[in-house]
Design a protein around this ligand. Structure first.
Ligand code: CA
Length: 226
């Protein structure tokens, strides 16, 4: 799960970044409108935390742009301007939630979990595919009901694929989703190959009926074996 924090206030930005990293999210930050605009054009996120008053623009315009581009990201507005008008405007423009500053960090993480869960549909907690179950909240993976211990990146890779079964995933796109922005521009993808190899081996050894297949020259695809 990848989050973009758009916030110009350094101490709050860093505090949120630290907190969410501890919660196992992949966290990216933008400190102004221009940076946020650039990141949103290049990368995808699961959730965006959006400050309204930015030094070089209004966060609500960014939200407008995002919706015009038909982006699917969940958006939570975080604003010091606890005005009803902002809240209504933001929600009308398609924000998923609104959190007035100052807020409690526990409240922030709860709201993030809730909008991500909602965007994944029906308040369902985890993903099931074949005999594999993955719960993004508790970071638990089960194969045939038995827990499968995975390292953090292995879990992130599997979570990414379980949300997109059957999709062909480019290794650069995967690198960006799991390792963060700019990983897609790496000179080589050895870090992806190594983790992927271990994950595929673990799934196979556990008797999983799903398999991340290599599509040569392109990337990977999650398939259910009959
Ligand atoms: Ca601000």
């Amino acid at each position: 799960m990848k989050i973009l924090i758009i916030e110009d206030e350094p101490s709050l930005r860093e505090l949120m970044e630290r907190t969410l990293t501890k919660e196992h999210y992949i966290v990216e930050t933008a400190e102004n409108y221009a940076q946020a605009e650039e990141k949103l054009a290049l990368y995808n996120y699961d959730c965006i935390l959006l400050d309204i008053m930015l030094p070089d623009g209004n966060g609500l315009h960014l939200l407008e742009e995002l919706k015009a581009q038909d982006k699917r990201e969940s958006v939570i507005i975080i604003s010091a301007r606890d005005s009803l008008e902002d809240k209504i405007l933001g929600l009308e423009q398609g924000a998923d939630d609104y959190l007035p500053k100052p807020f409690h960090l526990m409240e922030l993480t709860a709201r993030i979990r809730s909008v991500i869960r909602r965007s994944q549909g029906n308040g369902k907690k985890g993903y099931t595919l074949g005999n594999v179950y993955l719960d993004p909240e508790s970071h638990r993976v089960e194969v045939e009901g038995q827990e499968l211990p995975l390292l953090k990146k292995e879990f992130d890779i599997l979570a990414y694929f379980m949300q997109r079964p059957g999709h062909l995933v480019d290794k650069a796109v995967l690198a960006e989703a799991v390792w963060g922005d700019h990983a897609d521009q790496a000179d080589n993808f050895h870090f992806v190959y190594a983790q992927m190899k271990n994950l595929r081996r673990k799934l196979e050894e556990a008797g999983a009926t799903i398999e991340i297949k290599v599509v040569y020259g392109f990337g990977y695809k999650l398939a259910v074996n009959q």
